[in-house]
Design a protein around this ligand. Structure first.
Ligand code: BG6
Length: 489
């Protein structure tokens, strides 16, 4: 018996089925959902691409991808069930008449058509029109797309406009895979289900917040794409701003997509603009040079395969964000993200204010303030740093900083933590838009980020070098030091 018996089966059409995203993420996630009986029995997966291939060939390609990315951990009976869902259509997406085949392959009476656009946004227009003109779409049909949704506000509006000609906003599912991460969602529970945080989540009690998304990997053969994009657009415009909104937005009225989107948009509108006048003091751009990651030598950004040795694209960015609203006035949020950091680490550190008076001077000249550390990946969990008395009977009260820690893998041993893509694909199949991005939200995020990008360009701000294996350039340390603070290490 499937868990999701109340959901309608789907015709999931993957455009770009033979591409990297499909092979590395989508097919793997779908197989994992199959394994856990989370896909409706009648759901079909139709791979669409322009290459000559048959359905049998597609099944074989899917099997090879699973072998490669799941280290051969494939259960034969699950695979047989999964393979039966797969079929392939060779369609040149720029040729409107070829969409007729697709029309024949789907069955809108029985199944909802879910169109996953795993192709370049340059093809979105052709697909939307091809689908519309072929008559394949109904008001129930959905479309799923993911970043890059533009590289600035203008291009993002263009993409959204093209899609809006054919799909109503409530049919569009824009993915940010960070919203599928269990720990990002847990932020809602942590903040809005625990009375402990209800009164202290504001400028009265919180001194500042840090958000770090570090990766030890470099550009991984994506130099061309990355060089045109940079870390600000690739990571901060989407993933970090999403984390920021979950940490700082007002409580939504309920958990509906509409209520959550409204609060996120309000928060994004309250971000103080960074312009060419203050960009040098509020941001740090960095680019890695050769160095060592976990003891192994790695090349610098300009020495990666296919690199343009003159490039001034940033692989690291640190920013001081100010939120102009009642809750967060005077509480800076420091965000940093980069490639070739010492390790992969995504975490949020909420630093509480110091106590007004210290009666434990024997232990600490200045009492360390409490910290709430939320580990998003790896080792998902939540720690609270607090002070406790060291046991002893010598008459003095001696304090030590201790950690109250909740590890997800220990606490929820029986519950498997699903990957971001699994969760989001499932929600798209179920027709639940809560974890997807609204158009207004994305455009608001671009408005804020564009102003930083323009300011760097206006000032000709070059990236500062940092050796691979470090947490960015020294200027990133100075960004906090100027405010009398330091990054959590
Ligand atoms: C992607 C970026 O959106 O997120 C990549 O394009 C980055 O550059 C990746 O490596 C990081 O995702 P995760 O889930 O590994 O933190």
């Amino acid at each position: 018996m499937t868990e999701n018996q109340n959901f309608k089966p789907c015709d999931l059409v993957i455009y770009g089925a033979l591409g990297d995203l499909s092979k590395r993420k989508l097919l793997i996630s779908l197989y994992r959902l199959e394994k856990h009986h989370l896909i409706e029995a009648d759901t079909r997966i139709i791979g669409v691409d322009r290459l000559d291939e048959t359905s049998d060939g597609f099944v074989e390609i899917a099997h090879k991808s699973l072998q490669a990315f799941l280290n051969n951990d494939i259960d034969d009976s699950i695979w047989q069930r999964f393979a039966q869902r797969l079929s392939y259509l060779k369609i040149d997406l720029t040729q409107p008449e070829q969409y007729k085949q697709l029309n024949k392959a789907i069955d809108p009476e029985k199944r909802v058509m879910v169109n996953y656009f795993a192709v370049s946004p340059l093809l979105f227009k052709s697909i939307c029109h091809g689908l519309h003109n072929s008559g394949a779409l109904t008001t129930e049909s959905r479309m799923v797309m993911e970043k890059p949704i533009g590289h600035d506000l203008k291009s993002s509006v263009e993409i959204n406009d093209v899609v809006a000609q054919v799909f109503h906003e409530n049919q569009v599912y824009r993915i940010d895979h960070y919203l599928g991460k269990e720990t990002v969602l847990n932020l809602l529970a942590l903040r809005f289900a625990n009375s402990l945080f209800y009164t202290c989540w504001n400028h009265n009690t919180i001194d500042h917040i840090q958000i770090t998304v570090g990766e030890d990997i470099g550009i991984e053969g994506r130099w061309d794409y990355f060089d045109k994009t940079g870390q600000l657009r690739d990571m901060l415009q989407n993933h970090l701003l999403q984390i920021l909104t979950f940490v700082t937005m007002e409580p939504p009225a309920d958990l509906s997509a509409h209520s959550i989107h409204m609060e996120k948009i309000k928060l994004l509108k309250a971000l103080r603009p960074i312009t060419y006048l203050n960009v040098e003091e509020k941001t740090v751009r960095g680019q890695y040079t050769a160095g060592y990651i976990q003891g192994k030598p790695v090349p610098g950004y300009l020495e990666e395969a296919g690199a343009n040795t003159e490039s001034i694209t940033e692989s690291f960015v640190a920013i001081r964000v100010d939120i102009d609203n009642w809750r967060w006035a005077g509480v800076p949020i420091y965000m940093r993200t980069g490639k070739r950091m010492p390790n992969k680490r995504t975490e949020i550190v909420v630093n509480f204010k110091n106590l007004p008076h210290n009666i434990f001077k024997d232990s600490f000249h200045e009492l360390p303030a409490n910290k709430l550390v939320i580990h998003l990946q790896p080792n998902e969990g939540v720690d609270v740093m607090m002070l406790n008395k060291i046991p002893g009977i010598d008459g003095n009260i001696k304090l030590q900083q201790t950690k109250l820690d909740l590890s997800f893998s220990e606490t929820f041993k029986k519950n498997r933590i699903f990957g971001g893509y699994e969760k989001l694909i499932l929600e798209a199949l179920r027709g639940n838009p809560t974890l997807f991005l609204s158009r207004e939200e994305i455009e608001q995020a671009w408005t804020w980020v564009d102003s930083i990008q323009d300011a760097w360009q206006h000032n000709h701000t070059p990236p500062k070098p940092y050796p691979a294996g470090n947490w960015g350039p020294v200027a990133s340390v100075a960004l906090l030091a100027r405010d009398g603070r330091a990054w959590e290490e």
